[in-house]
Design a protein around this ligand. Structure first.
Ligand SMILES: CC(=O)N[C@H]1[C@@H](OP(=O)(O)OP(=O)(O)OC[C@H]2O[C@@H](n3ccc(=O)[nH]c3=O)[C@H](O)[C@@H]2O)O[C@H](CO)[C@@H](O)[C@@H]1O
Ligand SMILES: C=C(OP(=O)(O)O)C(=O)O
Length: 435
């Protein structure tokens, strides 16, 4: 466990907050730098643990990494070092985050071999990788898994495009297969592909590098393989999970907050899902303005039944914001069923909210019913441990709304995904210290 926040809650916040560059986009885009020996310049990279670890891995792999300024780097993968990739050091480094798995597709396509320890990331239930490997094997790779070392390897003399029907629309799986197919021979079609904005960004970047990908934004991607990819420049979108989190923060703390430069057109159903919880929010140019609200009332379905918010592959609601929805519902008027379909261990953090006075029934590992307190009884500050990146931020928001002092341990989980979160929250009036 590492790092602790002390929070004195119950204060109203006010001001502007700018979302960081998207974590999950950054992880895809950084892996793509391996696809060319030319320079790739990437801007708006968030300064967070997971991303910094991936940049270190690229450096250790021999990629030349130049920092041009805050969040602005140039990468050049003209020479690489496979000794590192086969070393015990990489077995430890690669296992520290989830996103490292997306190095495999580019490594395989460019060098004919790829290695990876079982990746890390959130402990939120089983997180299988079958989709990744099935896709890469269909393109012609030989797959081996060393069960003692938990080490994956792929080899291919050449990759050949074909029609691939994915078992599930895996985000990182689709990214891996697209990157490999970009340099494969012939045409690949990926059906049931993930199509979220970060994957669209990856495909657009690959096209700027000389790839030939069509169907971007749909669940059928067509990739005509090319022999060579060039350098390019790319700028990360704002992080949609942060944007949703700050909407929730404003509602819970009855604060007036403006979220700057949100790229509204890429937010899908996120704004309307918060509106269904009764939260007012207005689009103003490309900002979101959330006025002070003393209460917010959860809508019901047309037939009068209790509202359900559940996750689904894009354009459905992202699972990474369900913990925020859940925490916001604890102070709404009305009841909500939260149904986390994708992950099986992501709702257990409700115990901590119950300790704080929230009215929640965990129906089973996937579903929780929240009976809102209508801002009549505040949550109570308490001591807690951040279990995962998104639950950690949800607990932080609960603590900022709660009466009294809260302590959150294991904030390394929060720092994995949120840049200088304490500094940015202090700037809008939060009482939060790193102790
Ligand atoms: C580094 C990164 O980008 N991580 C994100 C990525 O993880 P990641 O790419 O690992 O997640 P996947 O999209 O592969 O799948 C997530 C979970 O959903 C299940 N599943 C997926 C697709 C589907 O159609 N049906 C289904 O049940 C999978 O079995 C798995 O348990 O996407 C997840 C789903 O948006 C996000 O929570 C993670 O933050
Ligand atoms: C689950 C997440 O991250 P990771 O896939 O990196 O564990 C997340 O970003 O919410």
């Amino acid at each position: 466990m590492s790092g602790t926040f002390q929070i004195r809650g119950g204060k109203r916040l006010q001001g502007e907050i700018t979302p960081q560059g998207a974590k999950n986009e950054a992880l895809q885009i950084l892996c793509a730098v391996l696809l060319t020996d030319e320079e790739v310049r990437i801007k708006n990279i968030p300064d967070i643990h997971d991303v910094n670890r991936l940049i270190e891995i690229l450096g250790d792999f021999g990629v030349k990494v130049t920092k041009n300024g805050h969040g602005d780097y140039t990468f050049k993968a003209d020479k690489v070092n496979f000794d590192y990739i086969k070393s015990n050091e990489f077995k430890k480094d690669g296992a520290k985050l989830r996103g490292s798995i997306m190095l495999m597709g580019p490594m395989l396509a460019r060098y004919g071999e790829a290695y990876m320890p079982t990746p890390g990331g959130d402990k939120i239930g089983r997180r299988r990788l079958d989709t990744h490997f099935q896709g890469l094997v269909e393109l012609g790779a030989e797959f081996h898994y060393d069960e003692e070392e938990f080490f994956y390897s792929l080899k291919a003399k050449e990759l050949n495009g074909k029609f691939i029907l994915l078992e599930e629309a895996s985000v990182t799986g689709t990214a891996n297969i697209v990157m490999a197919a970009a340099l494969a021979k012939g045409k690949t079609r990926i059906y049931n592909a993930a199509c979220e904005p970060y994957l669209q960004q990856l495909c657009k970047m690959l096209n700027r590098m000389g790839a030939n990908i069509s169907g971007i934004g749909s669940n059928l991607l067509t990739i005509e393989g090319v022999d060579y990819l060039h350098g390019t420049e790319h700028t990360m979108l704002p992080d949609m999970v942060e944007i949703g989190s700050w909407i929730g923060l404003a509602a819970m703390t009855k604060s007036e907050i403006t979220i700057k430069n949100v790229n509204w057109n890429q937010l899908g159903v996120i704004p309307n899902t918060f509106r269904k919880l009764g939260i007012q929010l207005e689009q103003s140019n490309d900002d979101i303005f959330i006025p002070t609200q003393e209460n917010y009332r959860i809508q019901k379905f047309i037939d009068g039944s209790i509202l359900t918010v559940s996750d689904a592959p894009w354009p459905g609601f992202t699972p990474d914001l369900l913990s925020i929805i859940l925490v916001v519902a604890t102070q709404a008027k009305g009841s909500l069923l939260v149904h986390q379909k994708m992950f099986e261990s992501r709702l257990f953090f409700v115990d901590k909210l119950i300790d704080m006075g929230a009215q929640i029934i965990l129906c089973d590992p996937h579903r929780a019913t929240v009976i809102g307190l209508n801002q009549e009884t505040p949550l109570r500050g308490t001591t807690m441990v951040s279990p995962d990146i998104r639950a950690g931020n949800a607990l932080l928001i609960a603590a900022l709304s709660a009466e009294g002092k809260s302590i959150i341990h294991n904030i390394e989980q929060i720092d994995r995904g949120y840049e200088n979160i304490d500094g940015r929250l202090k700037a809008i009036g939060a009482d939060i210290e790193r102790i």
